[in-house]
Design a protein around this ligand. Structure first.
Ligand SMILES: *Cc1c(COP(=O)(O)O)cnc(C)c1O
Length: 219
């Protein structure tokens, strides 16, 4: 059995969903993973995403994982293949998605992106601003809020970022308790840190390099 299949099976057994982040990858590279059973792919640029979707099998569930400009929301929300917007990082963006989803007669599944480590260069709600905005977000009927997404700071040592995964899980727990919402998904973990993220309760990991690298290439 090859590496990707092995990884997929072990994750499925643990109840964790694997998203292959295919930004910068060719149609052919994506098809190779598709043929091995992967159906969830993530993109972070609207133009690239819109170009790829029609070239690839229709049963792919596409995830948008990058910063989204409000003037581009309409073009992606219209696509039925878009399964989840993982990167809702502000109230204004949420409002726009809500409006466009209503026009498209759909309820758009979304994750709210949290800048849990408060890095100035990263997008996302701070924990306080999320708590503050949450009641308003819950009134937006064009959205189906499924959970939280975060990106840990870059590190060579995944143990150093365990506390950020834990803090995200705890934030989701307090929101569930306070706001009466299921919030079942925690999208946490990338190639460098997904093992620690899974130990801290991740339900979705977003892997790029480690899935697409050629055999023998360094991650
Ligand atoms: C690129 C990207 C990933 C995957 O990163 P790798 O380090 O290649 O695994 C995950 N999440 C987001 C939001 C990304 O932009």
């Amino acid at each position: 059995m090859n590496r990707v299949k092995e990884k997929l099976n072990s994750l499925t057994n643990k109840g964790v969903q694997l998203i292959a982040v295919s930004k910068g990858r060719t149609e052919e590279e994506i098809r190779t993973l598709y043929d091995q059973g992967i159906r969830d792919f993530g993109e972070n640029r609207v133009q690239e995403f819109l170009a790829k979707v029609p070239l690839l099998p229709e049963d792919i569930r596409w995830h948008f994982v990058g910063h989204l400009q409000r003037n581009k929301v309409k073009s992606i929300v219209q696509l039925p293949q878009l399964a989840l917007i993982q990167s809702v990082d502000s109230l204004r963006l949420a409002e726009k998605i809500h409006q466009e989803a209503q026009k498209a007669h759909r309820q758009m599944p979304v994750l709210l992106q949290v800048n849990i480590a408060r890095e100035p260069q990263k997008y996302g709600f701070s924990p306080e601003s999320l708590l503050e905005a949450f009641s308003e977000l819950q009134t937006m009927s064009g959205l189906r809020i499924k959970g939280l997404m975060m990106m840990a700071p870059f590190t060579e040592e995944p143990e150093e970022v365990r506390r950020y995964f834990r803090a995200t899980r705890e934030l989701a727990q307090s929101l569930r308790a306070e706001k009466q919402i299921a919030l079942e998904e925690l999208s946490m973990g990338m190639s460098q840190d997904y093992q620690v993220a899974m130990e801290e309760g991740s339900t979705m990991i977003r892997l790029g390099r480690i899935l697409f690298q050629k055999e023998g290439e360094d991650v």
